[in-house]
Design a protein around this ligand. Sequence first.
Ligand SMILES: [Zn+2]
Length: 268
Amino acid sequence: MAWYPGAQKRELQPESDAQERIRPTQLIIHSIAAPWTPGRIYEYWRDSTNLESHFGVGFNGAIAQFIGTETRADSNMYANRRSDGTGAVSVETASNLKHTDPWTPAQVATLVALGAWMHKHHGVPLRVCRSHTDPGFGIHRMYPQWSDGGTACPGDARARQFREVVFPGIVKAAGGKPPKPSKYAPFPGAAFFKTEPKSPLVTAMGKRLVAEGCGRYVSGPGPQWTDADRRSYAAWQRKRGFSGADADGWPGKTTWDALKVPMLRNSR
Ligand SMILES: [Zn+2]
């Protein structure tokens, strides 16, 4: 297991020895909705709950580590450990009781240094996670799979700081170049479409299908997923050489990536 040299080691037992190993591919940042020091966070994990994080950061930037980074910690649900053995490293940060306050400059500096170490030591790539399993850096509220169905952690002020200060700071501290933002929307997952979503992404997809000569719309395309979207997508799958069950109209990653649906302005 690995211990960050910049943190005070406060090993949490029995979790540190008892929990499974992970290969860390993500760093997920949280707000703990309490104005706690790293020592108080340690006591909370020890005495009150088993949903511990790997790290805790106080308002003054002090950081402690409770679990080795190659051992599972339990604060981010399905990102804790995946079936392929990868998992996320988690860091809780002191905040006000509603986690609406921004990180202090000292907290930002600590998060940047930790992120750079995660890149250098564990090879976490210098990008914001593009899906809930994608290696990179993220904040807890980005994906519902990282919590029990969704969370407001951290608040808006810190979400903005993550985008504008913390993540760019990590890239700089790690000696990397900021990645070019993708022009195309990432595949949202097969399950997304089975829910018959209403989303601007469905409109954007439909416009691309029409442009490819695969539109089977009577009206639209629009944001509500309908059978016309499915028929249009099936035409696209056949155009790409798929047939049978592989051309059933439910989007898959290969044909989605080939379709090059433009990134929505407000999407991650
Ligand atoms: Zn959280």
